[in-house]
Design a protein around this ligand. Structure first.
Ligand code: 5RP
Length: 243
């Protein structure tokens, strides 16, 4: 599986959506890094609001024009990656811990485009990834207990034997739920817990999904095209050594 080239195919295609004069939100992660690289090559006369310090550094290094998020103008488009996408275009995001700002730039945008490789498409959220929850360090233990009461197994994310710290100075708890049946409801429930800043469930925010695969990039516009794509994938002949 050449997942990197699938990501590149989707990123290159999504970058073409950016036009002169646009104000564009950019999320975070390895796929968004490829979008940033594509934008630096296409070089439209656009301005970018980035959601993480890593995207900011890359965008600056590659010469993109950056702006803070202001209150007056909505973003024309936000382009972001995801950890999982379900048939309703509900998402799990935040494996890189940037989901709080990513959700803000998604909510601030007229259109949200998600860029993924085909391994990220799932029939039900939470099969592979936990739900990342950004929590206030002060309330970490209390909030983790409340997350357990919601039915999850909460695990504090660490880096170099210390708690992982987000760009906002908070901790990240990965909440493993056995079954996510209603993403919108769960997203609200988690956000209602004391000490929670925001969680990585993104229900009802994505408009289009650009999915990279062996044969290039397919744009998914609705549940029907999502399910058709998944069916076609499962009917693909598996490559053997002889091929
Ligand atoms: C970061 C995110 C990323 O978009 C998500 O984790 C996907 O990352 P990648 O493109 O590296 O697989 O939500 O907070």
């Amino acid at each position: 599986m050449d997942v990197e080239s699938w990501k590149t195919a989707a990123a290159d295609e999504a970058a073409k959506l950016v036009r002169d004069g646009m104000l564009v939100g950019l999320g975070s992660g390895t796929t968004v890094a490829k979008v940033i690289a594509a934008l630096s090559r296409l070089n439209p006369n656009a301005t970018y609001v980035v959601a993480s310090s890593s995207s900011e550094k890359l965008a600056k290094d590659l010469g993109l024009k950056l702006s803070p998020l202001d209150g007056d103008r909505s973003l024309d488009i936000t382009i972001d990656g995801a950890d999982e996408v379900d048939p309703n275009f509900d998402l799990i995001k935040g494996h890189g811990g940037a989901h709080t700002r990513e959700k803000i730039i998604a909510q601030a945008a007229k259109m949200v485009v998600i860029v993924v490789d085909r391994t990220k498409l799932v029939r039900r959220l939470g099969k592979i990834f936990p739900v990342p929850v950004e929590v206030l360090p002060f309330a970490k233990d209390y909030t983790m207990k409340r997350l357990a009461e919601l039915g999850s197994r909460p695990v504090l994310k660490t880096k170099d034997n210390a708690p992982f710290v987000t760009d906002n100075g908070n901790y990240l708890v990965e909440a493993w739920f056995p079954k996510i049946t209603n993403a919108a409801k769960l997203e609200q429930k988690i956000n209602g817990l004391p000490g929670v800043i925001d969680n990585g469930l993104f229900a009802g925010l994505a408009d289009l999904v650009y999915v990279g695969h062996e044969r290039g990039c397919t744009v998914l516009r609705d549940k029907r095209s999502f399910l058709k794509f998944l069916r076609a994938q499962s009917e693909q002949p598996t490559k053997t050594k002889k091929d």
